[in-house]
Design a protein around this ligand. Structure first.
Ligand code: ZN
Length: 142
């Protein structure tokens, strides 16, 4: 691929190196379901980066949704700039699995600090839809 071609499309915010339109965009916009737990995790990172709050709520396990989620998420996306994602490890979460774990590190910036969110997230698949269940979260700020 030439330099010109490469710059004519936008790379996906999730850091996969793929064009946005072939990576998280169809998933976040609802044209396609995330095939794996990792794909769902990446699409949720992208949704955080883009402020796609409805998508974040819709891909959270129903029993883990809270009444104030929309408000809390709106604040988070307003004040946080996500600058990078690294997948560290994963377990299950494949096309034929019903559960999966993804361990990742996400870099962020706010007005007054830079930080890293480190998380081991648990996912489950229900009716062909991967959902975020919960995670062990560690925040490191500088
Ligand atoms: Zn992506």
């Amino acid at each position: 691929m030439s330099q010109a071609e490469e710059s004519s499309y936008k790379k996906c915010p999730c850091g996969s190196g793929k064009p946005f339109q072939y990576c998280c965009e169809p998933i976040v916009s609802g044209q396609k379901k995330a095939p794996t737990a990792e794909a769902l995790m990446r699409s949720r990172y992208t949704a955080f980066a883009m402020g796609a709050i409805d998508y974040l709520i819709n891909t959270t396990a129903p029993e883990k949704r809270g009444e104030d989620d929309a408000e809390i998420l709106a604040d988070q996306v307003k004040y946080t700039n996500w600058t990078g994602l690294t997948i560290l490890d994963k377990n299950l979460g494949g096309r034929n699995d019903h559960e999966g774990m993804v361990e990742f590190e996400a870099q962020f910036e706010t007005d007054d600090q830079n930080g890293t969110l480190y998380e081991k997230s648990n996912f489950r698949r229900e009716n062909e839809q991967w959902l975020y269940v919960d995670g062990d979260v560690e925040l490191r700020t500088s």
